[in-house]
Design a protein around this ligand. Structure first.
Ligand code: ADP
Length: 416
């Protein structure tokens, strides 16, 4: 093989290697440092610089340099019409300047500032994916002899690869910045919802407390009116609770505070049979619990939210005087909760969709039932955070059964 062919093959292999690194580096700073290192290496130059066009001011700025990029150098604009880099960008052509002191466009200020002496420059334009010139890649001071046509070709290929890689890295950084901003906004929204709903809850519990008390004392004629007030207050409480519960969903498992809990005890302590809303609708609520304990590893408060959401729906979607049956049972390695009602039921094709955020079977315009369509979505996300499952079975006009399955604690060590 001829010496030139071997050299070409080696160069091609090096280019392939470089292209791989460029494609896999998404950190802009590291990418730029790599580009100028290989630019100097491939063209046998003392140093290299990388300048990008600022789209607003239409001036070039140094983004990387073999000489350490001082803040002063990074902040000094390089005007398009009075610089060598500017001429390269405007002409959109590679350019060799053998002796910069002979070029009227040469501005020695940067050299003075960083105590470097530029003598020769080979510069090529950088392009974005749309072939627009977005910057300039320069090799400075050829080590032996003069920059050759081969150097021009090599640097131009490198610039083409670099331009696309830089654009990609810039987009990724922009996305990351936008993402961080969005997360911050989302956090603000979540904080606002948490604070607002918390503040609303306190006066509401006073109202609920007094109405329940008055209802107990009331004569039969006023009971109906007080039931209306009670129902409205309970509705408000449920809406506020949904808003509050989002804090668990949005922060994922990080906000969970799990411990070993007897699931049977949890449901027993919720005093479901005395639920205000069910009383107001004169519904019968039965609870069937097993004798044995069913230990599960859960955040108790969070799981109470799940049970309440299912119970509230059963009450809401079951007519006055209806029946609701809650049962807890061991099924294999799981603790099961079943919430059954003899209410309006759910069409079979909607049984999966009801667990999506904001989904409601009734159209918003013809809505008879109150709610935001969040209760089941929250319940599903919370159950899944506990490695559990939730689903429903139903028949229209007959009623629905909602199931929650949670893994039982098996390990003896766990339960000690
Ligand atoms: P919301 O109750 O606020 O509308 P959910 O996410 O709790 O929101 O429920 C979503 C939808 O699922 C409800 O709007 C209703 O159409 C249906 N649904 C939920 N539970 C029942 C139930 N027990 N009986 C009949 N339909 C139900």
């Amino acid at each position: 093989m001829k010496a030139q062919t071997i050299k070409d093959a080696e160069k091609l292999a090096r280019m392939v290697e470089i292209s791989g690194v460029l494609n896999s580096t998404t950190n802009l700073e590291r990418l730029l440092t790599y580009i100028i290192k290989v630019a100097a290496e491939l063209t046998d130059a003392e140093a290299a610089s990388f300048l990008l066009l600022d789209s607003k001011s239409r001036q070039l700025y140094f983004k990387a340099s073999s000489n350490e990029l001082s803040p002063k150098m990074a902040e000094t604009p390089v005007p398009l019409d009075s610089s060598i880099a500017g001429a390269i960008l405007l002409s959109n052509q590679p350019m060799i300047t053998e002796d910069v002191s002979q070029n009227p466009r040469w501005n020695p200020n940067i050299d003075h500032a960083i105590q470097f002496r530029t003598s020769s420059i080979l510069g090529v334009p950088l392009h974005d994916a749309g072939k627009q010139a977005i910057g300039v890649l320069e090799s400075l001071n050829k080590q032996n002899g003069r920059f050759s046509e081969e150097d021009v070709e090599t640097l131009a290929i490198l610039a083409d690869l670099a331009g696309v890689a830089v654009e990609k890295a810039r987009l990724i950084e922009e996305l990351q910045r936008a993402n961080a901003e969005l997360s911050e906004l989302d956090q603000l929204k979540s904080d606002f919802i948490a604070v607002a709903s918390h503040e609303l809850r306190t006066p509401l519990s006073v109202i609920l407390g007094y109405v329940s008390f008055l209802r107990e004392q009331a004569d039969p004629q006023t009971i109906d009116q007080l039931d209306n007030v009670l129902q409205a207050a309970v509705h408000l409480r449920n809406l506020i609770q949904d808003m509050l519960n989002f804090r668990y969903v949005d922060t994922g498992t990080t906000n969970l505070n799990p411990s070993q809990v007897d699931f049977v005890e949890l449901v027993r302590n919720m005093t479901i049979t005395r639920d205000d809303a069910a009383i107001a609708k004169q519904q019968v609520v039965n609870v069937q619990l097993p004798q044995e304990q069913l230990p599960v590893w859960i955040d108790q408060t969070v799981m109470e939210v799940v049970v309440s959401n299912l119970l509230n729906n059963a009450i809401k979607f079951t007519p006055k005087g209806g029946q609701i049956d809650i049962a807890v049972d061991r099924r294999g390695e799981e603790a099961w909760l079943m919430v059954a009602d003899n209410g309006i039921g759910i069409p079979p094709d909607k049984l999966d969709r009801i667990f999506k955020r904001f989904y409601q079977v009734e159209s918003a315009l013809r809505r008879e039932y109150e709610g935001m369509g969040l209760g089941l979505a929250i319940a599903k996300e919370l159950v899944e955070l506990h490695e559990g499952r939730i689903w429903a079975e139903s028949e229209v006009a007959k009623g629905s059964v909602f199931y929650v399955a949670l893994p039982l604690i098996q390990d003896l060590w766990f339960s000690m």
